[in-house]
Write a protein that binds this ligand. Structure first.
Ligand SMILES: Cc1cc2nc3c(=O)[nH]c(=O)nc-3n(C[C@H](O)[C@H](O)[C@H](O)COP(=O)(O)O)c2cc1C
Length: 195
């Protein structure tokens, strides 16, 4: 099982990165799965220019680091969209990656090229935020569900952590770390059931 973690926080060692690391460690140690981390903030990915070129070819004409991410995204069995909540949404870095998947949207909806038999592939949201409102993660979840529709993959599970503000808030909380490990164990269990 190939797991691709796409991290949207500018904090490389922040709360959402901690969540991703705990989940990834569990997948490696308990199920010997492969994991790869992409820190979007360290890459050069332009915002979608809305030029419409992808509507003709299904490919994006912008020549930057997103090109390698198209390939990696397609090759992943499980995709983890990892982002803190910024103004009730995902970070700009993650939104930029998602907007550039417009090329995939064009492929599916304009060129009618579907990714068939990809039901085993899934995407999962890992997110955290400083406050604890009921609708805190609704925006982020909706965006990730739209991405799943575009990529023709299943929306999986979400790991959502409230009341985490300062860097280290999650790392220093044993209960939260345990819930991240439990989340990964559940993913492993449901993958075994489906196999
Ligand atoms: C620009 C910005 C916007 C934010 N917006 C929200 C918000 O709408 N709701 C909230 O609860 N926390 C908000 N936060 C707090 C972060 O979600 C929180 O600190 C999170 O733990 C950061 O995760 P990270 O360490 O992975 O970057 C915001 C933080 C920043 C810097």
């Amino acid at each position: 099982m190939k797991n691709l973690f796409i991290l949207g926080s500018p904090r490389k060692d922040g709360n959402s990165a901690t969540m991703a690391r705990v989940v990834a460690d569990e997948l490696v140690q308990s199920a010997k799965e492969s994991v790869e981390f992409i820190y979007l903030n360290s890459l050069s990915i332009q915002a979608c220019q809305g030029c419409g070129a992808c509507s003709q070819t299904g490919k994006c004409v912008l020549d930057d680091d997103m090109q390698q991410l198209y390939t990696k995204t397609e090759a992943a069995d499980r995709l983890f969209l990892v982002s803190p909540i910024y103004f009730y949404s995902v970070t700009a870095q993650l939104k930029c990656y998602i907007d550039r998947c417009q090329a995939q949207w064009a492929k599916k909806y304009i060129l009618k090229q579907r990714n068939k038999d990809q039901n085993y592939r899934s995407a999962h949201l890992l997110s955290c935020a400083a406050t604890n409102g009921k609708k805190l993660f609704d925006g982020a979840e909706f965006i990730v569900k739209c991405l799943c529709d575009t990529l023709d993959i299943q929306y999986g599970k979400a790991l959502l952590i409230r009341n985490a503000e300062e860097e280290g808030a999650i790392k220093n909380n044993n209960d939260t770390i345990a819930s991240c490990s439990a989340f990964a164990k559940e993913l492993i269990r449901s993958a075994k059931k489906q196999a």
